[in-house]
Design a protein around this ligand. Structure first.
Ligand SMILES: NC(=O)c1ccc[n+]([C@@H]2O[C@H](COP(=O)([O-])OP(=O)(O)OC[C@H]3O[C@@H](n4cnc5c(N)ncnc54)[C@H](OP(=O)(O)O)[C@@H]3O)[C@@H](O)[C@H]2O)c1
Length: 360
């Protein structure tokens, strides 16, 4: 019997990671996969093992030795969590280098970054005409080292340049909608995204939708099901013919299928709040500086939610990725999100996850 493909997957309990793992468990080749997930919740680990046949190791990304050894044990690493954790990525890369040196294997690393690396300083005041195309390598190379996610992305690409791993980076844009799949139903994976739920939680806390600046900046967007498909299309293409799939500097795969202004999101939240009787005015006034610090964690993270992040995902489309959902679906999805989040016990702000200092 041929040996199985060893896959080390992170973020199984998360929004993107859960959606991708659900796809892998439904993949025609699932019987040939030996999937190991690193999760920090022991109860969720038990469910993954007992109900889904996924080997689940309980642990935290800060446990470098554990992360290194799990990466060393896998031909494929799918990092679907923590786009900004430098020590965690260094541990993954040490593991892959050891594997390469010991076995002569050329492991595959598919890493999740984010289109936040394209963010400008528009502060909601204007639409930029800068659009990043993932087939334009020089344009991608021009992103400053100080951009969000860039420190980890450069480590990943460098592993490919050094030649001990083949690396692929998926920077999703604004991923949206409440996702449904068996891992969510089993209580293992998070069904919600980050950006729109953050704007909704801030709006509910101030009892009126809000916008950063004038909300004029434009961001690309993509449905969670299309994002999950992108990873599978990419994985299948790599397995079928690795020489035909761009990697390293040529291995950037933006996930996008449309664009919205930040105002569109805020206005849709405002309209949903009026329809649900939570607010009387659908217009979103600008967040004050104090509100940005309170709801987003800092003024800087507030401005981040008013930036232009425009891109085109032509590289994944060239591999056969066919995203189905459009920005219209994104705007329509907001009412249900507002309704569901408004029924949950309110959380303490800030609502934006930010980047913990220990991850640098
Ligand atoms: N959602 C978007 O629109 C979007 C867009 C672009 C980029 N991204 C990036 O994609 C990544 C995943 O996003 P997401 O929306 O799927 O987020 P999410 O739902 O919050 O998932 C995060 C995952 O990472 C795990 N995790 C975080 N810190 C950990 C640690 N120290 N040890 C072990 N596990 C840890 C979480 O585990 P727990 O369940 O235990 O918390 C969870 O499985 C993030 O880096 C995000 O910045 C997301």
């Amino acid at each position: 019997m041929a040996s199985k493909t060893s896959i080390f997957l992170t973020g199984a309990t998360g929004y993107i990671g859960g959606a991708v793992l659900a796809r892998l468990l439904n993949h025609p080749s699932v019987d040939t996969f030996a999937i190991t997930a690193l999760v920090r919740n022991p109860e969720k680990a038990k469910i993954l093992e007992s109900q889904f046949g996924v080997k689940a190791v309980v642990g935290n990304h800060h446990e470098s030795d554990k992360v290194e050894s799990l990466a060393e044990g896998a031909h494929v690493v799918l990092n679907l969590a923590e786009a900004d954790n430098v020590p965690f990525m260094k541990a993954i890369l040490r593991g892959l280098r050891k594997r390469h040196d010991k076995l002569g294997d050329l492991p595959i690393l598919i890493h999740t970054s984010g289109a936040g690396e394209l963010a400008d300083d528009a502060r909601g005041e204007y639409v930029s005409n800068v659009i990043y195309d993932d087939l334009n390598v020089e344009q991608y190379k021009s992103i400053p080292e100080t951009a969000v996610h860039r420190n980890v992305d450069l480590l990943v690409i460098n592993a490919d340049v050094e030649g001990y791993a083949r690396t692929y980076i998926v920077p999703p844009t604004t991923v949206y909608d409440i996702v449904q799949h068996p891992l969510v139903e089993a209580g293992v994976s998070n069904p919600r995204s980050i950006q729109i739920p953050t704007m909704i939680e801030a709006a509910l806390a101030r009892k009126q939708a809000g916008v950063v600046g004038k909300g004029k900046a434009v961001s690309s967007d993509v449905h969670i099901d299309d994002v999950a498909d992108l990873y599978i299309v990419l994985y299948d293409a790599i397995v079928a013919n690795p020489e035909k799939v761009g990697h390293g500097w040529e291995g950037i795969y933006f996930g996008e299928n449309g664009e919205h202004s930040w105002y569109q999101i805020s206005k849709a939240i405002g309209e949903a709040m009026v329809a649900l009787g939570i607010s009387t005015d659908p217009e979103p006034p600008s967040f004050t500086t104090e509100e940005m610090v309170k709801y987003f964690g800092s003024e800087q993270w507030g401005w981040y939610c008013g930036a232009n992040t425009r891109c085109r995902g032509n590289r994944a489309r060239a591999l056969g990725w066919k995203p189905k959902y459009t920005t219209e679906v994104m705007v329509k999805s907001i009412r249900r999100e507002v309704e569901e989040i408004s029924k949950k016990p309110p959380r303490q702000p800030p609502f934006w996850p930010g980047i913990p200092p220990e991850n640098h």
